[in-house]
Design a protein around this ligand. Structure first.
Ligand SMILES: Cc1ncc(COP(=O)(O)O)c(C=O)c1O
Length: 411
């Protein structure tokens, strides 16, 4: 067994969840998924595909119909993206691993903004790369980027810069200006940007007014404006796709999991420079061969009917956020800012610096399941992550009540 694998940390989120094994009374908000099942019409498309006998492999890069549907979906949001830039993968996490396999040699330097979802730091380590963390800093409960520090940290020796914005767990989101400056800098240093944008559609600050495309709306005009498309509100968080071309050293990772309620389907995609798509297809062959065909068929339908799913999911998540955050803010010792995007409230609990121990105690003593901040970065010690994707927002209210009672008992 390779030493780097032996040295990998076990998931601290799982460690907390294991503390609650067999306890049906625990209100669990530890994992990054909601409790709402995939819409029927998506499930039906998978059933239809299986009943038609579609039980075989597909092209490594995915069904042409799905690649075209993804390209159309992105083109509506970000300006023209051609299908030859799309590779379908078996989930966002698989997309990330394939992108890293494509870019990283052992020993390469990988800069990454933290705190961040642990898979994003584990994958480069598995491939033998070296991490250079760029920590966000909490300012009045909001994790904030020191852009100048990032620009100093990324040098010609940096092979890849990993950015997960909107972020899991912090909800931190890049502004258009920050994206532009990072892009300009990485063009100078020759650094690849690996942008994990799986939460980009779960964005609550968008101006839903004019300019926002409706399903079936004509495509956004080709070519980028000098302002990087900032004048165009598409309902998404700013994306690197708005300001780049197919020649840039940029790989964007997406997933059907969050905005289409499809976590268990294991389907995601990569947006690549067209020149490397063919080679990435070889990597998919040697990893998974392809995503299963019936899930790809379901994904085509999900994209065709995206207007019936994602806006509803986003509206509901916003209700959840606006239910949970003020209640948490009202508790003594709790510090957090309302996240602009994503599905997590990430909060500091003053006086409880060991977040793993606190999360385990909360499971045992309060029946409340949260993820410990230290799972995402050492600097997030003392913080806890609460996934607010709850079909019934009353569960969130009940959870905060459990936390309140537990805190009261701590004297
Ligand atoms: C930041 C981030 N990226 C990627 C993923 C991958 O999602 P999936 O593999 O379900 O598509 C997740 C899942 O939680 C995530 O939080």
């Amino acid at each position: 067994m390779r030493q780097v694998i032996r040295d990998l940390e076990e998931s601290k989120i799982r460690e907390v969840a294991n503390a609650g094994l067999g306890r049906s009374d625990v209100l669990a908000f530890w994992f990054g998924e909601g409790d709402e099942v995939t819409p029927d019409f998506i499930c039906q498309a998978a059933i239809d595909s299986l009943q038609k006998g579609e039980t075989f492999y597909s092209h490594n890069l995915g069904l042409p119909e799905l690649r075209a549907a993804i390209a159309l979906h992105l083109s509506r949001l970000h300006g023209t993206v051609a299908p030859d830039r799309i590779a379908v993968t078996s989930g966002g996490v698989n997309a990330l691993m394939i992108a890293m396999q494509a870019l990283l040699e052992a020993g390469d330097e990988v800069a990454i903004v933290t705190p961040v979802w642990p898979n994003l730091t584990a994958q480069p380590l598995i491939l033998g790369a070296r991490l250079k963390p760029i920590p966000l800093k909490p300012v009045a409960g909001a994790w904030t980027l020191d852009l100048e520090a990032l620009l100093v940290a990324v040098t010609p020796a940096t092979r890849v810069l990993i950015l997960n914005a909107p972020s899991n767990p912090t909800g931190w989101t890049l502004t258009r200006d920050e994206q532009q400056r990072i892009l300009d800098h990485c063009r100078q240093t020759g650094t690849w940007i690996l942008a994990d944008e799986v939460y980009s559609q779960l964005y609550y600050e968008a101006d839903p007014a004019p300019g926002r495309p409706k399903p079936g709306a004509p495509l956004r005009r080709e070519g980028r404006s000098p302002s990087g498309g900032a004048e165009f509100s598409n309902g998404c968080a700013p994306s690197f796709l708005d300001i780049t071309s197919s020649e840039d050293r940029l790989i964007v990772v997406h997933s059907f999991s969050k905005s289409f309620l499809m976590t268990g389907w294991r389907l995601g995609w990569l947006v690549l420079p067209a020149a490397i798509t063919h080679d990435v297809g070889k990597l998919i062959e040697f990893n998974t061969s392809c995503a299963s065909v019936f899930t790809q068929r379901a994904a085509v339908v999900a994209l065709q009917r995206a207007g019936e799913i994602t806006p509803r999911v986003v509206a509901h998540l916003k209700t959840c956020r606006d239910t949970l955050v003020p209640l948490l803010q009202a508790l003594p010792g709790v510090e957090l800012a309302s996240p602009a995007a994503g599905m997590y409230a990430f909060f500091r609990l003053a006086g409880f610096e060991d977040s793993l121990a606190t999360a385990k105690r909360l499971v045992r003593e309060a029946g409340l399941g949260l993820a410990p901040g230290e799972a995402f970065a050492p600097e997030a010690q003392g913080w806890l992550r609460w996934c607010f994707a709850s079909k019934d927002p009353q569960r969130l209210v009940l959870g905060v009540e459990r936390l309140r009672i537990w805190l009261t008992g701590q004297g």
